[in-house]
Design a protein around this ligand. Sequence first.
Ligand code: GLC
Length: 648
Amino acid sequence: MNLNALQAFGKEMLQANNIDTKGKDKDFAQRFSQHLDSIELLFNEIYGNHYHRNESFNALLSSIIHSYQQRSTTLLKKDAAKQKQGNWYLSHTITGMSLYVDRFAGNLNGLTNKLNYFDELGVNFLHLMPVFESPAGESDGGYAVSNFRKVDERFGSNEDLNTLIEKMNAQNMYLMLDIVLNHTSHHHEWAQKAKAGDPFYQEFFYFYDNRDIPNQLDQTMPEIFPESSPGSFTYIPECNKWVMTVFHHYQWDLNYSNPNVFVAMLDTVLYYANLGVDILRIDAPAFIWKQLGTTCQNLPQAHTLLRLIKQCVQVASPGMALLGEAIVAPDEIIKYFGTDQFIAKECDVAYNATQMALQWDALATGDTGVMLAAQHPIMQKPYGCTWIAYTRCHDDIGLGYDDYMIERAGFNPYQHRTYLKNYFAGWQEGSVAAGALFSVNPKTGDARISGSLASLCGLEKAVEWNSADEIENALRKIILMQAHSMFMGGIPMLFYGDELAYTNDYSYLQDPGKSYDNRWMHRPIMNWERNEKRKEHTTFEYRIFNETKKMISTRNKLEVMSDTKNVTWMTPHNIHVAGFIRSNEHKKLYCLFNYKNSASFVTWYAFKEHGERPSVLHDHWTGNDYQVGNDNEYFVLPPFSFALLEAK
Ligand code: GLC
């Protein structure tokens, strides 16, 4: 359609839906017409030649209009406030926690009753792991959804969720929920109908009459869960067909070449927006487009679809930001922020998975060389977008950075990765870690790492050995890791239990719905009696809880911690120490992290080569002041410690 015709068509649609374009709906109508061209462009890129392109495009626009009409006054006000604020999610005063509702607090009402706990710690943003209906035993922690709009009874009801959201709102807390975009549970209504032979719903998935195409695809598609769900296809006896199941056999991949799928899922995105979601976590976006002869990951069409979602959200619910959960190679992650004319117009937030894994690399080796070699792609993040900064989450740790980064640091990639895996699995001599390998693929030699923050840092073994020194080291490592994530930029996202140094929970082995997936070892069940120990001064729960709390409040006070793309790496003067500067027009903060088991020395010169020659440095973490010495003298960092130094 030419642009004038398109605008005229858009106007007609608004009028037909009683949108008051000059009065109360003026802002919406403006956004609608402003974004209409891009929406059509992106839609046509994927569906332009589809035989029901027109019906689908109309359905998409209707969905945007209707969802706006259903948006509550509270959310409309929030939208306006956030737009006024600009990129609100860049703020240094947001700290998140990711948690399973049932494992954290029993159910949604239990969680509502625990909001004071977050306040005590300083957390004002919650990521609830998937809460919508998902079959017990075949749930993948909620990521196999059978009904996208009905809260699972295990957690409570939709009203309970609304109550929680209202209470969170009253406390100025932000909310993140997931949209599991790539697949549904095989119990989802669409899958059930497809299984029963309904061709309309079979087109919602990738169905094959025989193994011809699956065999070809299998040659290029990496396996995600090679141990528990090898291959990417599952035979469905009910209809005598094969269906694509990239993740578990019970998670059926949605077919986004069918515009009906896109329109239905976009409508769900907007439904979540109207629940009051502040950041929508788009689960596994790298996988949403499939093409023969490719890995079926990170394809350009996947980006087009995300851009299209972003444009639609901008119109209907501009207060909701999008997080793309792309845990992929460093160069690929960065593309989820958008490229070319869509820079900073795709996902607003992404996980800094590369940095996270690099911190684990440095912890195991005591060497920050690989981390330094990997900063180039990380630093490409555009202004206006931000990271989820994290140390642990519900998933495994993948060593997904590139071989050349390891080589540049002077190591052999194969040997280096083998060392890291052995170290965290606890097999390496001298390793204090108690983790496990996850998704070992004997064909490729790949493996990822499971284990809780505390266990990977050595606390589990140290307690077992009753070694005060090792306990001390483990506690220091926990804080070092959290501080590095928290002060390097982005929204810190703690994983529940880590604020109290929970070690691995092996009870999952007794549950047949979980025992095949060792990621459950680091998804603890909160014990609230034990959590009271955070108030007893001699416990490590006290130490970790209070230092985490202090980190949050320290960050809240430092505006320079807002993510204005203001990280500059310092010249490395000591390979055991990672150092970067966070700066704004008022402040320059030298942030240093010692990954070594003993004290590290950083020459005072390191603070003089970045445009200022400070005489006194104030550490925002310890409160100490340091007289800057001669260039042949040193600032000393104790083992596994960090400093946040400001020139006075
Ligand atoms: C994401 C989730 C992970 C899940 C997968 C499939 O990566 O974080 O837990 O297994 O998607 O939905």
